[in-house]
Design a protein around this ligand. Structure first.
Ligand SMILES: [Zn+2]
Length: 814
């Protein structure tokens, strides 16, 4: 249940004193909050969100701001299901139009790391010494675990925050510090007073209490940037502090809107696997902010750069203009995800982010969204667990994909100007998706962009409908025409799935042919009828390819003759077809085959062109679909052998040369598969390199290339034995570099020795292991690298489910 809007908060004074150094497991936070509210409807109840917060009845003060007239509170009740605390007034009523002050003392919990929500403590080791820090994670519904508040994103208010912290520690919050003074009632603690914030949502309130001053700062430009990390990691964070500056500058420029706060802090937090965009105080797991030349692999650098771009985009999309309610989480997350690619593409063009978008976001979510159990981008949510469940690939990746589609058919300039229009109109407020469509519509009118339908009408078919379409194109070769028809794409179609026309899409269709590489846009209406296309201008012996560069969120199927024409072109000269389209053809063909809409023979034939492929993206798309076939065939040894042998012919030619990051990733991916399919040269190379590393482990001359460390370790432990595995384990323990540690661990998961695999699985849950962040990677690698691993991992998850749920209680928010 939602809060009523009888009382609207304007300003909070929030004073928190977390008992950071308390030895007990169940430490508390002493709190005081004073909320200035405006009454919009007469009421005798004050309803606030609170969860596991004890309000002190005697301390409550309610008074009229103008007349100072006091109201006494008779009692307090709790509504546990809705996480409400209700203050019942004695006799008198709060009157519509008046302003009131509500103040109270309370006690909330300082949670442990296992329950890393609200205000929590995190223990870690630095230079051999046990250390502690405390920080908050409020999104989406956990500010109410820290203080009683109106915990809904559209009940924005200003915050004045005061934090009590141990005298030898420091505190950071959304706004800059302006003074400190001793805490009289708790010796050894000091109060930090922070400047009043701008109007913001409760889920963005943020505080961190850190042990020891170790920070880097950059203060050129209009915003002071500081990065906080453990002293031993500080040097590794220099690179991403510079990236943070570049991203902030990019968005200020692209959006034509300055970052409004005077400073931005970034904190590198040990042992967490998330990042959070709190306004003025961004939180990252350490692995997102660290970089070590020669050791951090290129895919990790790219991933971290995207994470920085994502959280920085939220400073505008999320923090300045906030979703009105969690049902439209995609407004925050889809925009931040899409814009992170736009930003990185501009700042680091060599990363080829357009291609990576298709790979990381679109192809991934097209798999999730092809099942009957998927859900629409916008869907009603109410209870806290429903709210947490919408932080999924549909909100992030599909949301981003349909924005990319809009960017393409609207034109990049109109899209960008539309975003600025949206932000300027709604800054410091909240938005629903109709606000976004309205801003784009106004901009399209100004820029004279003509569309056959309303932007809102087009886009709602993508945000309100579940799933996405496959467009089937059937050519008539004698009349040089074709028809196009749409239906929902399902990888396992249900028996009697009725296709309601209300559930269809308005689809922007683009085409290229050998003679016309300029794409022309036409539209498929939301109808199950096949549309005739008469002006395609394509000869009977020429191919036709739709959804150029995969700009639309749909798959395309063709008649057999057109598939064969495309195949012939790919074999002859693949570069005549754009790179993203080549990857799309591979990905579509195999998914259509999986859904029984295309013979597997056609898909496998098409993939044979890879012998001539030199680009990362089509290769990667192919490897991703092979992963599925590989997993399906491993229990059928003779078929699997034949499959492996056939695929290995792809590697007959040199597939790549160059040392840019995308080529390095192709090299790493190709090596992974060649070694996995037991190609002799690959395995020999890996064993030679690994043995040399073991022989001279600390010799800087013998450096295993960062992008190959995982596959070389994997191949060595797969083909060799205990000593090789033990060597990697020792290296893991010695290393202080997160990305190297996870490469080693994931490589170690390739052993087929069951006792070593069990050792790894047990380690993930052992009490001495504080490094939760590696858990998902280890389980995933063990389950995917071998048949024995798959069974062991499955049984491990089944028998330890309770313990795992306790340990990994919180979902990752990003
Ligand atoms: Zn996000």
């Amino acid at each position: 249940m939602r809060l009523s809007r009888n009382l609207i908060p304007r300003h909070y004074t929030l004073r928190l004193l977390p008992h950071v150094l308390d030895e007990s497991e169940h430490a508390i936070v002493d709190g005081f909050v004073q909320i200035d509210v405006r009454c919009t409807k007469n009421t005798r109840q004050i309803v606030l969100n609170a969860d596991d917060v004890r309000v002190n009845l005697e301390s409550i003060k309610v008074y009229d701001r103008a007349s100072r007239e006091r109201f006494s509170v008779e009692n307090i009740t709790q509504d546990v299901d809705n996480q409400f605390v209700i203050l019942h007034l004695r006799r008198k009523t709060l009157i519509k139009g008046a302003n009131y002050v509500i103040a109270m003392n309370f006690i909330s919990q300082l949670n442990s790391q296992e329950k890393s929500r609200g205000f929590y403590r995190l223990k870690y080791t630095e230079a051999g010494q046990p250390s502690v820090m405390a920080l908050t994670q409020m999104e989406p519904v956990d500010a109410r675990k820290v203080f009683p508040c109106f915990d809904e994103p559209n009940m924005k208010a200003d915050f004045t925050i005061i934090v009590g912290r141990p005298a030898n520690m420091i505190s950071v919050s959304n706004m800059p510090l302006y003074k400190s003074s001793p805490v009289e009632e708790k010796p050894g603690y000091e109060w930090d007073f922070f400047h009043r914030s701008f109007s913001m949502s409760t889920y963005l309130v943020s505080i961190a209490i850190l042990d020891g001053p170790s920070w880097l700062s950059l203060s050129d430009g209009n915003v002071k940037l500081r990065l906080w990390a453990r002293p031993s990691l500080l040097n590794q964070t220099r690179y991403f502090l510079k990236v943070a500056r570049k991203m902030l500058d990019f968005y200020q420029n692209y959006l034509a809107l300055d970052f409004p706060l005077p400073k931005q802090d970034l904190i590198a937090v040990p042992n967490i696997d998330t990042a959070m965009e709190n306004w003025g105080l961004m939180i990252f797991g350490e692995q997102f902010l660290t970089y070590e030349n020669g050791i951090t692999s290129s895919d990790k650098i790219e991933f971290n750069t995207l994470a920085m771009a994502h959280e920085t985009a939220h400073q505008w999309f999320g923090n300045l203009v906030t979703l009105d309610w969690w049902a439209e989480l995609w407004l925050n997350e889809g925009l931040a995800t899409f814009l992170s690619y736009v930003a990185v593409d501009q700042v680091f063009p060599e990363y080829k982010m357009e291609e990576k978008f298709v790979l990381n976001e679109m192809q991934r979510v097209m798999q999730d969204d092809a099942s009957l159990t998927s859900h629409p981008i916008s869907q009603p949510v109410n209870q806290p667990d429903e709210i947490i469940s919408v932080f999924d690939a549909i909100s992030y990746k599909k949301g981003a994909s349909i924005l990319r589609m809009l960017n393409e058919f609207l034109g990049h300039k109109t899209f960008k100007q539309g975003l600025t229009r949206y932000l300027k109109k709604l800054e410091y407020g909240n938005a629903v998706q109709d606000d976004l469509w309205a801003a784009f519509t106004q901009q399209a009118v100004i820029n004279k962009v003509k569309l056959p339908y309303d932007i809102k009408f087009i886009m709602q078919t993508w945000t309100h409908n579940v799933g996405y379409p496959v467009v089937t194109i059937a050519r008539n070769y004698s009349t040089r025409t074709a028809t196009a028809a749409q239906s929902r794409f399902l990888v396992y179609p249900g028996k009697n799935l009725s296709q309601d026309e209300n559930d269809l899409w308005v689809i922007p269709l683009t085409f290229i042919t050998p003679l016309s590489k300029e794409t022309k846009l036409r539209w498929l209406p939301p109808s199950s009828r096949a549309e005739n296309m008469t002006d395609l201008n394509v000869d009977a012996d020429q191919w036709l390819i739709s959804n150029v560069n995969r700009s639309g969120f749909y798959r395309v199927n063709y008649d057999e003759r057109n598939w064969n024409l495309i195949w012939a072109q790919l074999l002859h000269d693949p570069k005549q077809i754009p790179t993203i389209s080549r990857a799309e053809l591979v990905d579509d063909a195999f998914h259509l085959a999986r859904a029984d809409l295309l013979p597997y023979r056609t898909a496998l034939n098409l993939a044979n062109y890879l012998r001539k492929e030199t680009e990362y993206l089509p290769w990667r798309s192919a490897f991703d679909v092979f992963q599925y076939i590989d997993a399906m065939l491993t229990r059928m040894p003779s078929t699997y052998e034949a499959f492996k042998v056939m695929r290995l012919c792809y590697f007959e030619n040199e597939i790549t040369d160059g040392d840019d990051s995308t080529t390095l990733r192709l090299l790493s991916e190709a090596t992974k598969w060649a070694c996995r399919w037991d190609q002799k040269d690959c395995v020999e190379m890996a064993l030679v390199v690994y043995r040399e590393w073991m022989a001279r482990p600390n010799d800087p001359e013998v450096l295993v290339p960062a992008d190959l460390k995982r596959v070389i370790t994997c191949t060595a432990v797969r083909h060799l034995n205990w000593t090789e595995w033990q060597f990697a384990w020792t290296k893991f323990q010695e290393s202080n570099i997160q990305t190297e540690k996870s490469d080693l661990l994931n490589g170690m998961a390739c052993t087929t020795n069951t006792s070593l695999l069990s050792t790894m699985l047990d380690w993930t849950l052992s009490s001495s292991n504080q490094e939760n962040i590696y858990f998902h990677g280890v389980i995933k690698s063990i389950a995917s690298e071998s048949l024995v691993g798959r069974d062991l991992a499955f049984n491990f998850l089944k028998s330890h489910w309770g313990a795992l749920k306790q340990r990994f209680v919180s979902d990752a928010i990003f």
